[in-house]
Design a protein around this ligand. Structure first.
Ligand SMILES: N[C@@H](CCC(=O)N[C@@H](CS)C(=O)NCC(=O)O)C(=O)O
Length: 316
């Protein structure tokens, strides 16, 4: 690949078992896009990730040259702009699709996760892994979600049972996709937590009674992952960022911040690691920070506005 092709290539930083990464791989597949793959660690420390993101540790994120896009809600917008058809937000159902996707990425995900991570599910998901790895994973996730209310297994089972019947009911009229004849972001967002459940050994039995839902899941899976062109390691991705120039963005007036302000951006729900930088882009949908990184050079980190707190950096 030429130098310029590489700096505009889509590079997905992810790992195989991440549900949000599966959502993103399916978005790439839905749009028929080619992409490069960087496998990131499942737990901290993540030095190569942090060199690019400035501290955001969640999975996945998308890199295009020196631009880093955090959160799958923003990645969906970026891919939509890059390849408008087929659309993840078909006009007739765009509002419903966004709302259903947001519910799935939060409530449904945080129900499916504790449901799947009951002992039988953990045994299946971590089959063959050394016990130290499981212990390190549990400790990492506990620290990451500190202060966040977490459902116990019995509650998660009860809630997921209802959520699955609601979703199955949406498909009862024989429609192929959750919102009708057209695939949308709602399908991919609802799919990924259920995909995680489907991989959790006997815990997957909860999907059994829902024929329409299982047939829909098979349709979503058939979308595939697009063209995975090759693998890079973290150091190569960092080099590519260093060689590229960030895109031009701007700060919309009237939103309480000025271009050049030193700010922090922090997820409001979990993994609340602050990213510090100079505000260079802001509108009601997106926040962009510029950072100078020792290894990655001048990089721009983008976040969706929903789900992220923007604050002036506290003076020392
Ligand atoms: N709102 C985020 C959530 C991403 C998320 O929670 N990803 C999980 C993996 S599926 C994660 O980051 N786990 C911790 C880690 O990978 O370090 C998004 O849509 O991208």
């Amino acid at each position: 690949m030429s130098e310029s092709a590489l700096t505009s290539a889509l590079i997905l930083h992810h790992y195989g078992s991440s549900p949000f990464a599966e959502k993103t791989r399916l978005m790439l597949g839905f749009k028929g896009l080619a992409w490069q793959s960087v496998t990131v660690p499942m737990i901290q420390p993540k030095p190569d990730v942090v060199a690019l993101t400035g501290g955001y540790r969640r999975t996945p994120f998308l890199q295009i040259g020196a631009d880093i896009y955090c959160d799958t809600a923003l990645i969906a917008e970026v891919l939509e702009a890059r390849q408008p058809t087929p659309s993840l937000f078909p006009l007739a159902v765009a509002g419903q699709a966004r709302m259903l996707a947001q519910w799935a990425d939060t409530d449904l995900f945080w129900t499916a996760l504790p449901y799947a991570m009951q002992p039988a599910g953990v045994a299946a998901i971590f089959a063959g892994a050394p016990p130290e790895m499981l212990a390190a994973f549990v400790q990492d996730r506990r620290a990451m979600s500190e202060g966040m209310p977490r459902m116990n297994g019995a509650d998660a089972t009860a809630v997921l049972t209802q959520y699955l019947s609601w979703l199955d009911a949406m498909l009862a009229d024989g429609r192929p996709w959750l919102l009708g004849d057209l695939t949308s972001i709602a399908d991919l967002s609802v799919y990924h937590p259920l995909w995680f459940v489907s991989r959790a050994g006997p815990q997957a039995d909860i999907l059994g009674p829902h024929d329409a839902l299982r047939a829909w899941m098979a349709r979503v899976a058939a979308i595939g992952h697009g063209e995975r062109r090759g693998k890079l390691d973290g150091a190569q991705a960092i080099e590519l960022a260093r060689a590229a120039t960030p895109t031009t963005v701007s700060v919309q007036p009237g939103l309480g911040f000025q271009a050049g302000d030193r700010v922090t951006v922090t997820p409001t729900d979990y993994a609340r690691d602050a990213v510090v930088g100079e505000l260079v882009g802001l509108d009601p949908r997106r926040i962009t920070l510029l950072r100078d990184d020792e290894r990655a050079g001048r990089v721009q980190v983008h976040f969706p506005r929903i789900g992220y707190a923007l604050k002036a950096e506290a003076k020392a």
